[in-house]
Design a protein around this ligand. Structure first.
Ligand code: NBP
Length: 485
């Protein structure tokens, strides 16, 4: 067998794997490439990797023999059983202290399981979120590694070298935490991405239907926003998409069928938030909006028979309304991130992870799809107060929402009057108003539960004590056995 010469090995020669290898090569790491279909190794070495220091292997055994100790192996294959298959094949050829990193979009419970199983075998497992798509992988992704902490010192120089850099030069990669935390944070990142995209789509629909703006006019609005607080990758690409003309000179975007696809990470975030009892309502609405969009045929039928307002055009000052629309987008975005960080905080509590929230904001600051100037403000908020209970309690964000709220309320009320759907913009406002109410109507809800099911309630002046009332005089005084507020 040949002498170990590679600093790192990578399995999976699809779009992400190939680009990450070339990125590592650019940073002077010698990479050994392997793929299930081994002909792709030869093809890669003879084409994309020609003239680089990249080497290849044609069996798992040969691959492992070419890696310097401790071996550092990155798996970038389709999430699911393919990852388990490769781990199973690798383990017989590994030694204590060797490292396996799964850089795919794995579901975090799988990562927790793999981390625990491999720890028993002396192998250090890391689940790393990788964001930024093809271009990110090639020139600098956002990397969110979490798992066995002993692995970090070994992979840190490689990961931080290849990661995107924030405008101040800091790498968009740091250690996230234990077991499945890296993939958990990536999952929440994707959920937030769903939310950001949905918010942008809602303001697009308002501009188009309510204000009657052309695609070029809308592109100018996004251009403006991109020069201010909303400066972000998604606003920038939306501007470019709106400007893009098909071969006939017409905007391509209007020819695209309005049914949204999804790969499931937004749904995972929604389900997880329900399990933990954290109201990440904006991500939920973003997922449901994609579901509603995919009911195209039913919507076409509904559009012909269900009544809406007669006039769907806004008659006020358009310029002023566009400012208010920007405020609505900004305020809802703040709420969305506040919800995402609430969810991560709860998961950290549930799993005993010590998450560094300022570090997470920094990891998302560059390289990934949700990168924005705004994330720098979140980083500042958690740097100023690492124990911050809620992002909305940070003075900067408190003030930002206070300034934006009048415009936000006006936009939503107008959208309601015009019959334009705004599920994400509105749920953010509902959450905000719910959070800032000391008293919600759950007192009545508890009374209803006790009335029909003897579920008991607590009194304001005696919390913790379950009370049951015989509301009708007909029921008994026996209450249900468990009290769940
Ligand atoms: P794909 O997700 O398309 O996976 C292709 C790779 O998986 C190939 O190397 C293929 O080998 C291998 N593979 C498959 Br498919 N089934 C396998 C099996 N049963 N056993 C072993 N290998 C198997 O590649 P990708 O788009 O580069 O993404 C890689 C990972 O990164 C995924 O988890 C993805 O979700 C994640 N990710 C992708 C992006 C993106 O923008 N594409 C962004 C961020 C994260 P073969 O060549 O032999 O078929």
């Amino acid at each position: 067998m040949s002498q170990p010469t590679a600093d790192v090995g990578l399995i999976g020669l699809a779009v992400m794997g190939q680009n990450l290898i070339l990125n590592m090569n650019d940073h002077d790491f010698v990479v050994c490439a392997y793929n299930r279909t081994t002909s792709k190794v030869d093809h890669f070495l003879e084409n994309e990797a020609k003239g680089t220091k990249v080497i290849g292997a044609h069996s798992v055994e040969e691959f492992c023999s070419k890696l310097k100790r401790p071996r550092k192996i990155v798996i970038l294959v389709k999430a699911g059983s393919a990852v388990d298959n490769f781990i199973e094949q690798l383990v017989p050829h590994l030694e204590q202290g060797d490292i396996i990193v799964d850089g795919g979009n794995s579901h975090f419970p799988d990562t927790i399981r793999r981390c625990e199983d491999l720890e028993k075998k002396g192998i250090l497992f890391v689940g790393s979120g990788v964001s930024g798509g093809e271009e990110g992988a090639r020139y600098g992704p956002s990397l969110m590694p979490g798992g066995n902490p002993k692995a970090w010192e070994h992979i840190k120089p490689i990961f931080q070298a290849i990661a995107a850099k924030a405008p101040d030069g800091a790498p968009c990669c740091d250690w996230v935490g234990e077991t499945g935390s890296g993939h958990y944070v990536k999952m929440v990142h994707n959920g937030i991405e769903y939310g950001d995209m949905q918010l942008i789509c809602e303001v697009y629909q308002i501009m188009k239907e309510g204000l009657g703006l052309s695609e070029d006019e809308m592109a100018c609005v996004f251009e403006d926003w991109n020069n201010g607080d909303l400066d972000s990758f998604l606003i920038e690409i939306t501007r470019d998409i709106l400007k893009f003309k098909d071969t006939d000179g017409k905007p391509l975007v209007e020819k695209i069928r309005d049914t949204a696809g999804q790969k499931g990470t937004g749904k995972w975030t929604g389900i997880d938030s329900l399990d933990r009892g954290i109201p990440t309502t904006l991500i939920g609405e973003a997922v449901y909006s994609r579901c509603l969009s995919s009911l195209k045929d039913e919507r076409v039928r509904a559009s012909k028979i269900l009544a809406g307002p007669k006039d769907a055009k806004y008659n006020g000052d358009k310029k002023q309304f566009l400012d208010q629309l920007g405020q609505a987008l900004y305020a809802a975005k703040i709420v969305s991130y506040a919800q995402g960080f609430m969810l991560m905080r709860q998961a950290a509590k549930d799993y005993g992870w010590k998450l560094n929230y300022a570090g997470i904001a920094l990891m998302w600051r560059g390289g990934c799809i949700i990168r924005s100037v705004f994330l720098g403000k979140i980083k500042d908020a958690y740097n100023n107060n690492p124990q911050l209970e809620n992002l909305l309690f940070d003075p900067f964000f408190q003030e930002a929402i206070a300034k934006a709220q009048d415009g936000w309320r006006h936009v939503i009320s107008q959208a309601v009057v015009l019959g334009i759907p705004t599920p994400a913009l509105s749920t953010a406002l509902n959450f905000y108003d719910g959070l800032r109410h000391e008293k919600l109507p759950a007192n009545l809800l508890q009374a209803q539960r006790d009335y029909f099911g003897a579920h008991t309630y607590e009194l304001l002046d005696n919390p913790g004590k379950a009370v049951h009332t015989n509301w009708t005089g007909r029921g008994g005084d026996v209450s249900a056995s468990t009290y769940m507020a």
